[in-house]
Design a protein around this ligand. Structure first.
Ligand SMILES: Cc1cc2nc3c(=O)[nH]c(=O)nc-3n(C[C@H](O)[C@H](O)[C@H](O)COP(=O)(O)O)c2cc1C
Length: 171
């Protein structure tokens, strides 16, 4: 089975996880680039106005695979905007897909992800993982947004999250 790991990352965490999972699964890793690099301002506008950024490679790359695993951050409770063209493409060209994200989690889980995916692709994901940096921080107090947003995944985090993700994908 040919698997593509397709990732978008703003600050590097989802890219690092995607890289590690792709290696473990011997899958191709394809990184999404946006024609205009996102800024905090454009991220907020994308999310408020439902904008779909121009991306490379073209979403039709999906058709050359039997299964696609997307990795991207959660922004304002929803899947990061650079994934939208690919999810939209899946609606007309269905394929097996999963979504895995390492996000902040300082405000709890992101309960809208499943509906977001179903609405955009028209189908249920074969795997959905909403992983949180807040769970990786050893602290007696609940981590704040400032703690999670500046955190870069360490080798030990990557190992732990990769094992978890690969276990879910293989099942
Ligand atoms: C504008 C913005 C909104 C965010 N909203 C959420 C959110 O709703 N839920 C969450 O868990 N994390 C949220 N985060 C945190 C990111 O998901 C987190 O920093 C993630 O690790 C970034 O992934 P990346 O390094 O691959 O870009 C947000 C970050 C930004 C910049």
């Amino acid at each position: 089975m040919r698997t593509a790991v397709i990732s978008y990352s703003y600050t590097g965490n989802n890219k690092a996880l995607a890289c590690s999972v792709a290696k473990e699964l011997s899958a191709d890793h394809i990184e999404i680039s946006v024609s205009k690099a996102r800024t905090m301002q454009s991220i907020i506008w994308d999310m408020i106005f439902g904008r779909m950024p121009k991306v490379e490679p073209s979403p039709d790359i999906i058709t050359t695979y039997d299964r696609v695993l997307f990795f991207a951050p959660v922004w304002m409770g929803h899947i990061a905007s650079p994934l939208r063209p690919y999810l939209h493409y899946l609606k007309k060209h269905p394929n097996r897909y999963g979504f895995i994200s390492i996000s902040g989690g300082a405000d709890g889980t992101n309960p809208k992800l499943k509906d977001d995916l179903k609405k955009r692709t028209g189908a249920e994901p074969i795997a959905l993982l909403d992983l949180h940096i807040a769970d990786l921080l050893s602290s007696s107090q609940k981590p704040a947004r400032k703690d999670t947003s500046s955190y870069q995944l360490k080798e030990k985090d990557l190992k732990q999250l990769t094992d978890l993700a690969v276990g879910v994908i293989k099942n």
